[in-house]
Design a protein around this ligand. Sequence first.
Ligand code: FA5
Ligand code: MG
Length: 375
Amino acid sequence: IPHHKWRQPVVASVLELGGVKIAKEDVVRDDPTNNVPDSIFTKLGMQLHRRDHHPIGILKNAIYSYFDATYSNKFDKFDNLCPIVSVKQNFDDVLVPEDHVSRSYNDTYYVDSHTVLRCHTSAHQAELLRKGHTHFLVTGDVYRRDSIDSTHYPVFHQMEGFRVFNPEDWEPSGMDDTSYAAEDLKKCLEGLARHLFGAVEMRWIDTYFPFTNPSFELEIYFQEKWLEVLGCGVTEQEILRRNGRTNNVAWAFGLGLERLAMVLFDIPDIRLFWTTDERFTSQFSKGQLGVKFKSFSKYPPCYKDVSFWINGSFTENNLCEVVRGIAGDLVEELNAEQDMARNLECKRPGADQVECGVEMSCAGVGKPTLRPPSL
Ligand code: FA5
Ligand code: MG
């Protein structure tokens, strides 16, 4: 195994995040108000959503295209806001109650008692409203202490959407402001789903968020299960009132970009988004939405050197047949020593047998080893 495949990436100890310089010691500290481990720090600044050849970046750009086309470039876009935010931005500004579980050290990464790694892109709603934005999209990495399975990861990416309406927008419809916004929101997101997927099986679920009412989740049928891909709703008046929009109504959504990308590209496991294995990365390119992911072994290839005795009737294809008969498709490649049969004549004239070598590379199987296997 080439040694570099096993080494952790070297991580800079000073990062620049959304124009802010941050030293590792500022984020990972031995302090009771800090629960950010090294493994999370290494993800800060990776910004998969800003890579045009990565599925998350490709998806972000496709969503941008939908909004640009549908709303004639009205939505302001942000994808480089610093993920280290205040407790006020992450929770208070979006009305998360003091005793809500999401505030606990068990659920959220705290840098110190006033500062967290944002657990959703909703953390930026209030500041952008205050700055006067009425139509915006915020894409970013978000962090949660969460369960481990194929659709959950402690770092993932969200895109927040926010749209403010004026009385002139809803009055002609004869509907009340909230119903008008809720209907517009569902139309917008159903349109987005059609833009991304064409026909796909989906359903709306009523739910609860502290910052919207009514609130909904959209689920998509994927790999024989319903997968939650986004949360959304009509923004609580209190948020608009506090940020200078008393006479308006608004909707907001938060998309789980990995979940949508899993459906879009047929990616079976959320951990794949973080791999640097080129068997993954080489499958995607800028602007390409139609690609379906072809799976490969979770484990790196495993090389075996094999030597044995052959005689004059040996051919390389005979050996390949023997290997195929035993190992099937697990053997990805077999490299025989150059021209084994000729070696037989050159190396050992007169002898009827000679030692030959082959190198086989097999798809990795079985349990992953904690140490690099010795060669
Ligand atoms: C939120 O984060 C809300 N801020 C969304 C929102 C915004 C609602 C604006 C209303 C208005 P939720 O915790 O459900 O909601 O996360 C949103 C989406 O992120 C989920 O639907 C899911 O697609 C994705 N998601 C949540 N947890 C994880 C995780 N651990 N790994 C990957 N994706 C996740
Ligand atoms: Mg949810």
